[in-house]
Design a protein around this ligand. Structure first.
Ligand SMILES: [Zn+2]
Length: 287
């Protein structure tokens, strides 16, 4: 073997990866090419197995995430607030144990985590690419060894360059519930607005049946509620509750009640404040 062989092998491996589905490993067929970040000619493929749509293996993500702020995603703040209200509603509806550990995967600014903690849930943020500024004392840098009862992942799955690896990592926690949102692919064309190619961050689009099969093979059932998609672990204590709550919608007045329940001075914020004060002062002295 000469000195060039390892790099040739890497190129071959990379090419091989590009031409198989990054969720199920089946062969993929070329559909069309779009301009990503207004300059990269990126090919989009459909999987012959799970039916998912995916870009070629993304090489532009550093560039896409380097652009500061939320830029075109002007709905992000409202989405966090809406998600918070709907999540509290559904979790209270199914009798979720508030003391159980929950992780917001791809938690970004940590705002949802903070609001969930303010609402009495034992929530933590996890994001490899953001600093969870609203909940930095309540965040994890790895999922390894964690056993949360719930993992949430809102508008995250379509960002995953290697969904098989990332979703299997979430399944490995054996969480009772994985609550998430994404838009499913069902044959939409290159003008589908969820592709947002100029932004470069959406790189994988799941067929509902394909994701359901993938999950089923790993012990999870894909369910829907009025507001969310939920992967329910086989044997989860919430299985029947999720089915029973599938059509439940947030009633008028729920938000008003919720607002009066949270905020500075409640038991939940005081608990976190005491912990944060102790940690902050300890870290000041250690500096
Ligand atoms: Zn596939």
């Amino acid at each position: 073997m000469n000195a060039y062989m390892p790099s040739l092998i890497n190129i071959w491996k990379r090419r091989k990866k590009t031409y198989s589905c990054r969720l199920c490993g089946s062969s993929i067929k070329y559909l069309y090419t779009l301009d990503v970040l207004a300059k990269h000619k990126v090919r989009y493929f459909e999987c012959n197995g799970c039916g998912s749509l995916q870009t070629e293996l993304p090489y532009w993500l550093d560039e896409a995430y380097k652009i500061p702020g939320v830029h075109i995603d002007v709905g992000q703040a409202a989405r966090v607030i809406q998600t918070w209200i709907r999540l509290i509603f559904i979790l209270e509806n199914i009798g979720f144990d508030k003391s159980a550990e929950c992780i917001d995967y791809g938690g970004s600014s940590g705002l949802l985590t903070r609001l969930m903690r303010d609402s009495g849930f034992n929530y933590f943020a996890f994001d490899l690419y953001d600093n969870a500024k609203y909940s930095n004392y309540f965040s994890f840098s790895s999922l390894s060894g964690r056993q949360p009862a719930l993992v949430s992942a809102f508008e995250v799955f379509e960002h995953l360059p290697n969904p098989r690896v990332a979703i299997e990592e979430i399944f490995a926690t054996r969480a009772d519930l994985i609550v998430f949102s994404t838009q499913f692919y069902d044959g939409q064309g290159p003008d589908w607005d969820y592709l947002v190619p100029f932004c470069g961050q959406h790189v994988f689009f799941y067929r509902e049946a394909g994701l359901a099969d993938f999950a089923e093979q790993r012990g999870y059932a894909l369910r829907r509620t009025a507001d969310f998609l939920v992967l329910v672990r086989n044997g989860s204590p919430y299985t029947l509750h999720v089915v029973a709550a599938k059509a439940a919608t947030v009633p008028t007045g729920f938000f008003g009640d919720l607002v009066t329940r949270i905020g500075w001075g409640t038991n939940d914020t005081l608990r976190d404040h005491v912990y944060a004060m102790e940690r902050f002062q300890k870290e000041l002295v250690e500096k």
